[in-house]
Write a protein of this length. Structure first.
Length: 565
């Protein structure tokens, strides 16, 4: 099963691997000519045949040059193919991970995914391009050497089949141990990756509690564990190849001894043939060592394939497969939650029979205690999670029937914790778009209250903000996140405690500009702050299994169902 999975992966890159196989086979063909030409050269020297020696020497040098050329070209082809396979594998994993539901991301360990896309993907690509692709040439070299040995003395036919089971037993015993050590080494490497990621993210807290030494020691212990695990694997892998080669050499010597005894009584045989015989016997060590290395690396790579399959076998969100063609126009913005029941995996029911209708253009504020499910409703609307029962409608259409990218493109979502990436202010506002509208950027910055502080930055919009916006204050990060939503200007806005880090004057100014600039948009605001609540047409408070109206300032268009049970 593991071999089938590996071959299935290799088949995806059959074009690149075919060239490497061809180059390896040509290299093997050139190698097989060297012992024969060397024997002919020796015969010529012993017979003092000057002309013959010159010709044979020229051919031998030419064969060695061809062999070197094939080896160089094959090495270049292997490197190029390994790079292409690595890039394609990383993109396969990244593209698939992007399409997975948020619940899968929250349940996965980030360090595992990062290790899979970086170091483990490289191990797989190197194995396919430099080890697996050379299997045909190793087999061809072994068969060629055996055939030529048999041509020199048929007695070898009785010896060669005997040694094959010996190698198979060695591969089996060593491979079992290698597989276990490979798993331990991989787990230790991921632990190092995970601790580094966690500690760098927690660095301000580590420093504030003066715990640098403690965390440094924990990381050092993980590094040492990984070093020892990798060393144990490397030792066995390093020994396996040479020992297998040594056994092959000893077998070759035994074959040579037996063959020599047979040759001794045959006058037709000469010193050159004996020399060729010796070289062909020694040549058997090359494919034996190669196959031993293949078996050892296979144990490591199959673990990578298993982990890759675990990720690639996860089902992507169904909404990606739905056509977005008929959904090109902007949504009106009417939202309805109908009899929603939902609970997070392994937890008690959070939402039970929720009915809530929000009219197009209405501004609804949701309040209530933490854990009441306010943010969860938003996650259901964005299809980050699916309700166990009930429906969420957009403009009267079940959102499960919509393309998820179309759906999310209609919503400007500003979470409580701003999600920013390493890059410039401009890139974070436009989500990295190369062709950005400067007028829209300026408008978004002005409405979010970010324009003034951005202009004060050293490079303005081109200022680098660091990972997660670490070079900005909490309030500045929230303004950038708000500016992002305002830049895309969708028909629906969701503000989840989006102004929690604003000071009171800034929040009041934001509310005032929103009333002026975002009229006609549907807005869901999760907040407890009075200034932001002033935006709302209705203020709903979580109560039991539903929401009750706390305040209704402005009525939405007539004829709209306003259930909020």
């Amino acid at each position: 099963m593991k071999a089938r999975a590996l071959l299935s992966r290799a088949w995806l890159y059959r074009g690149d691997l075919a060239f490497i196989c061809l180059g390896s086979l040509l290299t093997s063909a050139a190698i097989l000519t060297v012992p024969w030409l060397s024997g002919e050269l020796l015969n010529g020297l012993l017979d003092d045949a000057g002309a013959s020696v010159g010709q044979t020497l020229a051919v031998l040098i030419f064969a060695l040059l061809i062999l070197t050329g094939f080896s160089v070209v094959n090495s270049i082809l292997s490197s190029r193919a390994a790079g292409r396979i690595l890039a394609a594998t990383r993109m396969d994993i990244y593209a698939h991970v992007q399409k997975l539901p948020v619940r899968d991301h929250e349940q996965a360990q980030l360090s595992d995914l990062l290790a899979l896309m970086t170091s483990e993907a490289k191990v797989l690509s190197t194995f396919l391009a430099t080890t697996l692709a050379t299997v045909p040439s190793n087999i061809a070299t072994a068969i060629g050497a055996i055939v030529l040995l048999l041509m020199l003395d048929p007695v070898l036919a009785l010896v060669v089949p005997v040694i094959i089971p010996v190698f198979l037993i060695i591969f089996r015993l060593v491979g079992k141990r290698l597989r276990r050590l490979a798993g331990q080494a991989r787990k230790a490497d991921v632990d190092v990756f995970s601790k580094a990621e966690r500690d760098l993210d927690m660095l301000p807290a580590i420093k504030s509690f003066a715990q640098e030494q403690s965390f440094r020691q924990n990381y050092a212990d993980a590094v040492e564990t990984a070093r020892r695990a990798n060393l144990r694997h490397a030792r066995l892998a390093s020994v396996a190849g040479p020992v297998t080669g040594l056994l092959a050499a000893l077998v070759a010597i035994a074959i040579l001894f037996i063959g020599t005894q047979g040759l001794a009584g045959m006058e037709a045989k000469n010193a050159g043939e004996l020399f060729s015989f010796l070289l062909y016997a020694a040549l058997l060590t090359r494919p034996a060592s190669g196959l031993a290395r293949l078996y050892g690396e296979f144990q490591w790579v199959t673990g990578t394939l298993e982990r890759m399959s675990e990720v690639l076998d996860l089902s992507p969100e169904e909404g990606y497969s739905k056509s977005a063609a008929p959904e090109t126009k902007a949504a009106k913005g009417e939202i309805a939650f109908q009899n929603i029941h939902f609970s997070y995996p392994g937890r008690e029911t959070l939402l039970e029979g929720i009915d809530l209708t929000i009219a197009s253009g209405e501004v609804v504020a949701l309040t209530g205690p933490n854990g009441a499910g306010k943010s969860t409703l938003v996650r259901l609307l964005l299809r980050f999670y699916e309700p166990q029962s009930g429906r969420v409608l957009l403009d009267g259409q079940d959102i499960r029937d919509l393309n998820v990218q179309y759906l999310r493109g209609q919503i400007g979502y500003v979470p409580q914790r701003p999600l920013l990436f390493e890059g410039t202010v401009k890139q974070n506002i436009t989500m990295g778009a190369e062709q950005a509208d400067s007028t829209r950027i300026e408008r978004a910055c002005r409405l979010s209250g970010a324009l003034e502080f951005i202009q004060s930055l050293p490079d303005g919009l081109e200022t680098l903000i660091g990972d997660n916006g670490v070079r900005l204050s909490g309030g500045q990060r929230q303004r950038i996140a708000l500016a992002r939503a305002l830049y895309f200007d969708p028909p629906i806005f969701i503000f989840d405690e989006a102004t929690s880090m604003y000071d009171m004057p800034s929040e009041a100014a934001f509310v005032e500009t929103c009333i002026e600039a975002l009229g006609g948009r549907t807005m869901i605001i999760i907040t407890h702050r009075p200034a932001t609540l002033a935006l709302a047409d209705r203020v709903l408070e979580a109560a039991g299994s539903g929401y009750r109206v706390v305040e209704a300032r402005r009525l939405p268009p007539s004829g709209t169902d306003l259930d909020c049970d």
